[in-house]
Design a protein around this ligand. Structure first.
Ligand code: NDP
Ligand code: 2IT
Length: 452
């Protein structure tokens, strides 16, 4: 890999990150992915190396880890570990979601926080990068249990967040219900109705229209731009998404609206194949209202719908693949199957869903366009930033207006990725375009703000 003018080898820096952050492979992976295309940029900008921009970027500005004890419906006490990482505030307050999942570790949150820095930069909005979460498993928990856990978590988190400091939102396992409970407890403790302290609030009390739909819709808007770049559109295409959560369901909705047939999705029980096209109303009832599994869908839908238990959906032939479940859910074999089955577009709805080996397969394949999540799933955080704007001005935008702005934002991110890649002699390279463009915006702000 390239050497910067100060003599800092990028490989040395990655080795240093690995040594200083042991046992955090996802964080190492995210750092590697961002740094890989930066060699020529650092050569062109020796001032970044002199100011140690990269060394500062890979070190979170702050990390808070705390205990969350809570009581379940039977009266048993549980102890969870929660955390919030403020990664970079050069462009604005720390901004990023909270994830509730039993597998959450500090390494997970650091990888997500690091990605968020560059994603947020790509939106062109005034938001820094941060992320948080807890190893709490919401599956099978009652509303009362989830409320008590959220209240216990906020009893510590409240002192670290604020509309100008750090603004959490949802991520996997955290959506409108949890944001409501978190906000209620923040208000109770502080005595302030600081609407801009959290985003993803209910639309009746400070939440932005379209925030619920924004990541999935934005992903499909981005895919539409990728297709348009080669004079194609979504109409008549076959699509497969993974996951059946917030991002997936609204990606399915928008893809269907734009004329695609979505024939597969997945959840933790397995891969659902519905050759007639997914019945989204039924899927939403089962996944959002009943919090059930995809086996229910097969029972109630009938026809040719089937569930392949424990499988990923990447064996289902499709033109467009949208991984929207979780990190590293699509590996090299999955990528090879997709390419073999004729998939020509892969856009990430989840954060880092494709392994490095899978990405290499897509990039080497002829005629396959691949977009990394930090570009294609930025619609969610963009509408979160719109929510902050509305909260600060005590205004409310309509659904149509917000959706229009989301479309514009996704079009601009797409354009930024392509232009930046082309400027560096890398035609159609969304990976290089996204990482370089995100990096340049953050680096310039850090340089201007001095050594802090
Ligand atoms: P949700 O919790 O709403 O949904 C996640 C879905 O993926 C669920 O259906 C879940 O199954 C499934 N899933 C999770 N892990 C696995 C696995 N190992 N194998 C198979 N299925 C799995 O999360 P979101 O939709 O909010 O987030 C999904 C991804 O998108 C995450 O990577 C997140 O970071 C990213 N993202 C989210 C944004 C947002 O606004 N929410 C914004 C940008 C990115 P089950 O239903 O059985 O639990
Ligand atoms: O990964 C993400 O971009 C999110 N989970 C959304 C973050 C936000 O602040 O809306």
């Amino acid at each position: 890999m390239s050497t910067t003018s100060r003599g800092t080898d990028l490989d040395d820096l990655i080795a240093d990150v690995e040594a200083r952050n042991p046992g955090e492979p996802e964080f190492h992976q995210a750092v590697r992915d961002v740094l890989a295309p930066l060699g020529p940029v650092l050569e062109a900008h020796p001032e970044y190396s002199r100011a140690r921009i990269l060394e500062r970027l890979v070190e979170p500005e702050r990390q808070v880890i705390f205990r969350v004890p809570w009581v379940d419906d039977e009266g048993d006490v549980h102890v969870q570990r929660a955390m919030r990482v403020g990664f970079n505030s050069a462009l604005g307050p720390y901004k990023g979601g909270m994830r509730f999942h039993p597998a959450v570790t500090l390494g997970t949150i650091k990888f997500l926080g690091f990605e968020q820095v560059f994603k947020n930069a790509l939106t062109g909005l005034a938001i820094g990068g941060g992320k948080g979460g807890a190893d709490f498993d919401p599956k099978g928990r009652s509303d009362g249990e989830v409320m008590r856990f959220c209240q216990a978590l906020m009893s510590e988190l409240y002192r670290h967040i604020g509309p100008d400091q750090d603004v959490p939102a949802g991520d996997a396992g955290v959506a409108a219900r949890e944001i409501g409970f978190l906000f209620g407890q923040y208000k109770k403790i502080t005595g302030h109705y600081a609407a801009g302290v959290l985003t993803g609030k209910g639309t009746g009390w400070g939440g932005a229209q379209v925030r619920t739909e924004a990541t999935g819709y934005g992903l499909v808007y981005f895919a539409r731009e990728m297709l348009a770049a080669r004079y194609e559109d979504l109409d008549g295409r076959t699509v497969v998404v993974s996951g059946a959560g917030n991002v997936s369901l609204f990606a399915i909705e928008k893809a269907q609206e734009l004329g695609a047939t979505v024939v597969g999705c997945s959840d933790s029980s397995g891969a659902l194949h519905d050759p007639d096209g997914l019945d989204l109303d039924l899927l939403k009832t089962i996944k959002l209202e009943e919090r059930g599994g995809l086996g229910e869908y097969v029972e109630r839908r009938g026809g040719e719908a089937s569930l392949d238990e424990g499988a990923t959906p990447w064996g289902i032939p499709c033109d467009v693949a949208l991984p929207c479940a979780t990190q590293n859910e699509l590996d090299e074999k999955d990528a090879e199957r997709l390419v073999k089955n004729g998939t020509t577009l892969v856009a990430e709805g989840a954060n880092m869903p494709c392994t490095d080996e899978a990405i290499a397969v897509f990039r080497a394949a002829d005629g396959v366009a691949y977009a990394p999540g930090k570009a294609s799933n930025a619609g969610g955080v963009a509408v979160s930033a719109f929510e902050m704007q509305q909260n600060a001005s005590r205004a409310g935008w309509s659904f149509e207006n917000t959706d229009e702005r989301l479309q514009t934002t996704m079009r601009e991110i797409h354009e930024t990725c392509r232009r930046t890649a082309a400027e560096h002699g890398l035609q159609d390279d969304y990976v290089a375009g996204a990482n370089i463009a995100g990096f340049l915006r953050v680096a310039e702000a850090m340089l201007a703000q001095g050594v802090v």
